[in-house]
Design a protein around this ligand. Structure first.
Ligand SMILES: C[S@@+](CC[C@H](N)C(=O)[O-])C[C@H]1O[C@@H](n2cnc3c(N)ncnc32)[C@H](O)[C@@H]1O
Length: 380
């Protein structure tokens, strides 16, 4: 498809994974990809936009720009929204919607107030047209609107996923403090693990890192087991969508045997949840979950990669217990993992010192509002 069919769009990304996110967008066919803070700007035609929803692993959301207008007051916001789109086509009263607002404009500093103003503009117009209005659904709306206000300009976008893209549809069970799937996928990308050696998570929780790693290696698309808001858009093209679904399905590799992917989890109930998630992701036989303290386990032969998101106190565990745990993890790595790489997500530098290992790289990552480091160690 030609350049003229490409529209501007934004991928909302975890902070710290902007560069990785840009690479992924480019690899899937996006154009003019530019990193932004916690986001990437790009251009895509409709099939590429569909493909990104089905195949991109790193974004939280993909926003399609629909309109820009001057916005310096509440009245300009109200009028601008009513004129921004042919709402008769895009928002029928039978469809629910949600409005997210970022940024600010003169007299419009409150995102909640702005969202209400957008909602009022839309439902007032609906009442005039149909005598009835849409309901609001914050969790899983039919139409998810995104308004960004900046320097007197409003940018109205539609969120193609509705419910965040980190939801792949495989997580039946939550574990304790699970990583978001898109963040886990980005962390795995940063390790450079290429499926040539084993991958072990000694504190695997609900197995998010292992599941994302396996699906990356098998090219199993993350978006084939869920629905997306864009499927209800006025200009949705079912044929093009089906083509992209088929394309995504066909990429799944069936010709490879992955090296061992193993998770250790000491809490039997969480280990069961991890197994349930592995099964729901169709990865039985690919990932093994072993119940028990990692200390009691043996690593598979070969030189591999350890990935770990141990508890770090913000959400779980007391300080002394955690120091013991980190010290034990450091010993385990030195005794069993000579020649391996260790990547550990740390939210607490003091605890990480208890590992008694020297990090070679420290990549800042925001994990659900907690400032973390993805630390890389080569174990000698
Ligand atoms: C922060 S959670 C990991 C979350 C995981 N990344 C996920 O996405 O679900 C840490 C996990 O380590 C487990 N754990 C703590 N100490 C352990 C040990 N000594 N051996 C094995 N697992 C342990 C806890 O039960 C918990 O499930």
């Amino acid at each position: 498809m030609g350049r003229e069919n490409r529209f501007p769009a934004i991928a909302v990304l975890p902070q710290g994974l902007e560069e990785e996110g840009c690479q992924e967008l480019k690899a899937l066919g996006a154009h003019d990809v530019q990193p932004r803070k916690r986001a990437a700007a790009f251009r895509a035609d409709r099939s590429c936009f569909y493909r990104l929803h089905l195949q991109a692993r790193l974004p939280f959301r993909l926003l399609r720009e629909m309109a820009r207008f001057d916005c310096r007051s509440r009245d300009e916001l109200y009028d601008g929204i009513q004129r921004a789109l042919n709402w008769e086509q895009w928002l029928h009263p039978s469809q629910s919607f949600r409005v997210d607002v970022t940024g600010s404009a003169p007299g419009l500093n409150h995102s909640h107030f702005c969202a209400l103003q957008v909602k009022n503009a839309l439902v007032d117009q609906q009442r005039d047209l149909w005598g009835e209005r849409s309901s609001i659904d914050l969790e899983d709306p039919d139409l998810a609107l995104h308004l960004h206000l900046n320097r007197g300009e409003a940018l109205l976008s539609l969120d193609g996923s509705g419910s965040s893209l980190h939801r792949r549809g495989y997580r039946a069970a939550m574990g304790t403090a699970p990583l978001k799937e898109n963040l886990a996928a980005g962390l795995i990308r940063l390790t450079g693990w290429d499926a040539s050696g084993p991958l072990v998570d000694p504190c695997c929780g609900s197995a998010t890192l292992l599941i994302e790693a396996a699906t990356i290696a098998l090219q199993q698309a993350p978006g084939l087991n869920r629905s997306f808001a864009l499927e209800g858009w006025a200009d949705f093209e079912p044929e093009l969508w089906r083509q992209e679904q088929t394309r995504a399905r066909q990429r799944r590799r069936r010709d490879v045997d992955l090296p061992p992917l193993i998770g250790f989890e000491q809490d039997p109930a969480i280990a069961d949840q991890a197994r349930a998630n592995v099964a729901a992701a169709g990865l039985q036989g690919v990932i093994s979950i072993v119940t028990g303290h990692f200390n009691q386990q043996h690593l598979p032969s070969g030189q591999g990669v350890l990935v770990c998101n141990p508890p770090y106190g913000e959400r779980i565990g007391s300080k002394e217990d955690l120091e013991d745990l980190y010290s034990c993890l450091g010993d385990f790595a030195k005794q069993q993992a000579s020649g391996w790489q260790l990547w550990l997500l740390s939210g607490n530098a003091e605890l990480t010192r208890a590992l008694r290992l020297k990090a070679e790289r420290r990549i800042p990552i925001n994990n659900g509002g907690i400032d973390c480091r993805w630390l890389h160690y080569s174990i000698r």
